[in-house]
Design a protein around this ligand. Structure first.
Ligand code: CDP
Length: 229
């Protein structure tokens, strides 16, 4: 049988389960997983740590040249984010970064640099990439596009639990406020705003389990991978 290598784009609102779904789907298919949000978070961490003024394009351009983001698979087969050779998987998920990331990712220069790198990472296909603009901007020709959302309260609960599992105790109100703010900034920005691609399949994850989400995306992916040539 002839198997096709495909590109799967998973976009959607904050904390709706994109990353967990994309990660699990990529493991099942033996595909590479790229968390584009982690890249914007790593840039944000660098900008915060180096006091880069977001209003200064020259400073931003200079800083971007010094930002090297890579993904490495750890001993438990999990993809982790590295910034200039340092594992930043934990610090990029703190509220300190979450509070600024949507402002940083709205900057044109930042997007140009990240999109270029994301396209390079997906060149060989056999990749699942999740984010906000993967199906619309990064890979408009992606073979399968999923657009996810869930009720706000469900997303906030899930994110609060995720943070707790990572050892961070954050008020539900603060988590919710951050999600609302990021959704607003992400959907209204001038550069590559978050929106559903016309050919994306919508998946509401409010009342389904992670396993069900994953099964659905794998089913859709297999129909593309094994479908008629
Ligand atoms: O995990 P969560 O859905 O909360 O966020 P994320 O995927 O880690 O992305 C963090 C932020 O990065 C988003 O709120 C967007 O502002 C930005 N982002 C983006 O602009 N474009 C992408 N392709 C991915 C993320």
């Amino acid at each position: 049988m002839n198997f096709r290598k495909i590109v799967i784009a998973v976009d959607g609102y904050s904390a709706c389960g994109k990353s967990s779904t994309a990660k699990a789907v990529s493991a099942i298919l033996g595909y590479r997983y790229i968390d584009s949000g982690a890249m914007y978070r790593a840039v944000t961490l660098y900008f915060l740590d180096h006091h880069v003024a977001l209003s200064n394009p020259k400073e931003i351009a200079r800083a971007l040249k010094k930002v090297d983001i890579t993904f490495r698979i750890n001993s438990t087969n999990k993809s982790e984010t590295y910034l200039n050779g340092l594992n930043v998987d934990k610090p990029i998920r703190t509220m300190r970064v979450s509070e600024l990331v949507s402002q940083v990712s709205a900057i044109r220069e930042v997007r140009i640099a990240m999109v270029e790198q994301q396209r390079r990472m997906g060149r060989e296909k056999a990749v699942v990439m999740d984010g906000r603009d993967i199906g619309t901007v990064v890979f408009p020709q992606a073979d399968l596009k999923i657009f996810m959302n869930a009720d706000l309260l469900v997303r906030a609960f899930r994110r609060q639990k995720e943070l707790l599992d990572r050892g961070q105790l954050v008020d539900l109100d603060d988590v919710m406020e951050n999600i609302i703010l990021r959704d607003k900034t992400d959907t209204t920005r001038a550069e590559s705003p978050l929106k559903q691609a016309e050919d994306a399949i919508f998946l509401d994850t409010t009342n389904i389990t992670l396993d069900e989400q994953v099964d659905e995306v794998v089913r859709l992916a297999l129909s593309k991978i094994i479908g008629p040539q």
